[in-house]
Structure formats: structure tokens, C-alpha cells
Ligand binder design. Structure first.
Ligand code: THU
Length: 135
């Protein structure tokens, strides 16, 4: 299994691909599946703003659309001197695939913090909370 430092390096590399003509704020992400695959992503902005997608959701969408729903870790790397935490939409999007997913919020391979999605989105609403009889 790939180590956390290598995952952070992959997220930093993915950040270079960010398409950010409006904010100039590059974000990179790397998603490690429980089976050991890694999918990377960057943020992609839109002239009409709201279609903008965050780096975490780009990477996770790549994993899920390739058939990988069992997620071990999500790494996010922003562009500031301080840590850039996942936005609320990304927290909810990640939580869909489990409460125990590890989240690594990194500035560099030397400065990062590790959480679970439960830490970042406590008392969350998720798939288990829907009444299946409604489906
Ligand atoms: N952004 C991310 O990629 N991930 C987050 O969790 C927070 C925000 C991006 C979206 C937008 O392109 C830029 O950062 C500024 O908000």
C-alpha cells in the first residue's frame, strides 16, 4: 500500500493541472482506494462560477466512476502557507462513501494533519439515514 508521503506528493503534482482562471487558487487531491488504487484530481473552474468543481470531488468522482467505491484516504493540498481544509460540499460528498475515511490536509510532505471524515463532519447525514421504503 502506498504511504501517506507519496500520496501527498501525488496530490501536489495533480495541483499543477488546476484550471483556476478566476480564483488563481490551485488545489490538488489524491484518493486512495481500499484496494490500493490512487486517483488524483484538481479544481476546475467555470466562467459561470457555480459549475466549479473542487479537487477532492474531481478525484473521488474519478475513483467512483471507475468502479472504486471503497475509499481509504483522501488527501487535499491547497496553495497557502496555512492548511486548506475541504469545503462543506466536499465533506458531504466524501462522507457518502464512509465515516471512517481518512482525510489528510497537507501543505507539504512535511506539514500535514490527519483526520477522519467523521472528525470533519460530525453528526452527519448519510446513506444509512434514508428510509429505504421511500426509494
Ligand atoms: N476548492 C477546492 O478545490 N477544494 C476545497 O475543498 C475548497 C475550494 C477550490 C474551488 C475553487 O476553484 C477554489 O478552490 C477557490 O474556492
Amino acid at each position: 500500500m502506498i504511504d501517506d508521503i507519496s500520496l501527498i506528493e501525488m496530490a501536489i503534482e495533480a495541483r499543477e493541472k488546476a484550471y483556476v482562471p478566476y480564483s488563481s487558487f490551485k488545489v490538488g487531491a489524491a484518493v486512495l482506494t481500499k484496494s490500493g488504487r490512487v486517483f488524483t484530481g484538481c479544481n476546475i473552474e467555470s466562467a459561470s462560477y457555480s459549475p466549479t468543481i473542487c479537487a477532492e470531488r474531481t478525484a473521488l468522482s474519478k475513483a467512483v466512476s471507475e468502479g472504486y467505491r471503497e475509499i481509504d484516504t483522501v488527501v487535499v493540498v491547497g496553495s497557502l502557507e496555512k492548511l486548506s481544509y475541504p469545503c462543506g460540499v466536499c465533506r458531504q460528498f466524501i462522507r457518502e462513501f464512509g465515516k471512517d475515511i481518512r482525510i489528510i490536509v497537507a501543505k507539504s510532505t512535511k506539514a500535514y494533519k490527519t483526520y477522519t471524515i467523521e472528525d470533519l463532519l460530525p453528526e452527519s447525514f448519510g446513506p444509512e439515514d434514508l428510509n429505504n421504503e421511500c426509494l
